[in-house]
Design a protein around this ligand. Structure first.
Ligand code: SAM
Length: 221
């Protein structure tokens, strides 16, 4: 029974990845492999499991969402994760994006912050269930970053920010890269930031829509 279900989801996952490739969202082999490996249905509440392999965001809890697979693909490709990268994610949500990054970074470490405590616990349970032992979930305000483990090779923000939190830029290592949706509350641009010998460059990689980043250096609660 379990095997049948696992196989059914595997086929659906393959079809979703094929769709993301043919739509131009996915091309890097390491991101394709990661998204083929991570079982998105294990990061969803029971009542949404059957929709796990549709390309859309889905509710998790408290008005928050697991991002649509195509945006996970776009951001994971832009982030350009290397083997052994140390990564900070702001907005753990379900833990799915962190799992995809963990698959790419392999021996790296992923720190993922979530401001809603119940959701941080949900992400932690999902990641444990799938045996991602190099992903650490922290409950707190990610707009402050996570100084304890800084600097980070890569930083990814998965909630829409009103601007780019200075703490995150400061916690990015030299040659580090950050991807962050920034702009208005209901519409943002995906901004790619690179740090090179103290110099910061920014590139607009296109429009997107995320739930708001709420915190000291984000929107007020
Ligand atoms: N990456 C998630 C996943 O794979 O399921 C999806 C993230 S969801 C679109 C955005 C998340 O950011 C929500 O869970 C929200 O509670 C969280 N969030 C918003 N502001 C935050 C903050 N200041 N610090 C940490 N998490 C925050």
């Amino acid at each position: 029974m379990e095997d049948n279900r696992t196989n059914k989801y595997k086929i659906k996952r393959k079809n979703l990845i094929k769709h993301l490739i043919s739509s131009g969202y996915l091309s890097k082999p390491e991101v394709i492999d990661a998204m083929l490996s991570v079982e998105r249905h294990k990061f969803l509440p029971e009542n949404y499991i059957s929709e796990a392999y549709s390309d859309r965001p889905l509710p998790v809890m408290k008005g928050q969402t697991i991002s649509a697979p195509h945006i996970v693909a776009i951001m994971s490709e832009l982030l350009d994760v290397k083997l052994n990268s140390k990564i900070l994610e702001i907005g753990a949500g379900s833990g799915y994006q962190a799992a995809v990054l963990a698959e790419i970074a392999k021996t790296g470490e992923i720190y993922t912050i979530e401001r809603i405590k119940n959701l941080a616990e949900f992400a932690e349970r999902n990641l444990k269930k799938c045996r991602y032992e190099n992903v650490f979930v922290i409950a707190g305000d990610g707009t402050l970053g996570y100084e304890e483990k800084a600097p980070y090779d890569r930083i990814i923000v998965t909630a829409g920010a009103p601007g780019i939190p200075r703490a995150l830029v400061e916690q990015l290592s030299d040659k580090g890269k950050m991807v962050i949706p920034a702009g208005r509350r209901f519409y943002q641009n995906l901004i790619m930031i690179e740090k090179n010998e103290g110099r910061i460059t920014k590139k607009n990689c296109g429009g997107c829509v995320f739930v708001p980043l709420i915190g000291k250096n984000g929107y007020p609660d």
